[in-house]
Design a protein around this ligand. Structure first.
Ligand SMILES: [Zn+2]
Length: 66
């Protein structure tokens, strides 16, 4: 039995049915989880906002040429 780390409902998946790196979705709360390891089965929540943290600022241009 595998339980959702978020809502603790039964995800109804078997260790034999998934591979490492596979994404499973909780039918109850809709959270996506990546299978980290299959033995023992470990899940990690997928961070969909990962690429939004890229807000580098370019303030090197002061127009200070002469
Ligand atoms: Zn859930």
């Amino acid at each position: 039995m595998v339980y959702c780390p978020e809502c603790e409902s039964n995800l109804d998946i078997d260790e034999d049915e998934v591979d490492e790196g596979e994404i499973v979705t909780c039918p109850e709360c809709g959270t996506d989880f990546e299978v980290v390891t299959v033995s023992p089965l470990a899940l990690k929540a997928v961070d969909e906002n990962e690429y939004e943290e890229d807000d580098e600022e370019e303030d090197a241009e002061d127009g200070d040429y002469s």
